[in-house]
Design a protein. Structure first.
Length: 134
């Protein structure tokens, strides 16, 4: 996490990389991944889940870095941004695992590519706005 934070590149790219890397772990065996995902969802919101806390802390640090350097909106709380972006990630993962034919595209899709596209869209919406201050 510290290496990623220290890299001099856009926060957008860092966030997409983190979520895409996480998604790639699910692509090898969809059946096993369904089981792992269900177990994860049962524990995901437990305040004592160490892995979940580390994951959230890393994402918050990246988001705060983006807010601090003007890449992301500063008028939205970092934890709210993390929640929105993570919910898009989780729903994309859920659809790929559990109902790929229910997607708007009507067919299966490449998980990592779709995660990158969706996270990019969300981050673009959370990007800093060029507002004229009077």
């Amino acid at each position: 996490g510290q290496v990623l934070l220290a890299e001099a590149r856009p926060v957008r790219d860092k966030l997409i990389e983190v979520y895409a890397f996480a998604a790639s772990a699910y692509t090898e065996d969809r059946e096993l991944s369904r089981y792992v995902f269900n177990e994860w969802m049962q524990r995901a919101f437990a305040p004592t889940e160490e892995v979940g806390c580390r994951w959230e802390k890393l994402l918050l640090k990246i988001i705060e870095q983006g807010q601090g350097n003007g890449e992301l909106r500063s008028d939205v709380a970092a934890d709210r941004m993390e929640s929105v972006v993570s919910s898009v990630y989780m729903s994309t993962l859920y659809f790929w695992l559990c109902c790929p034919l229910g997607m708007p595209e009507g067919s299966d899709f490449a998980l990592v590519d779709e995660v990158k596209a969706r996270i990019g869209l969300v981050i673009d919406g959370l990007g800093a706005r060029n507002e004229v201050k009077s």
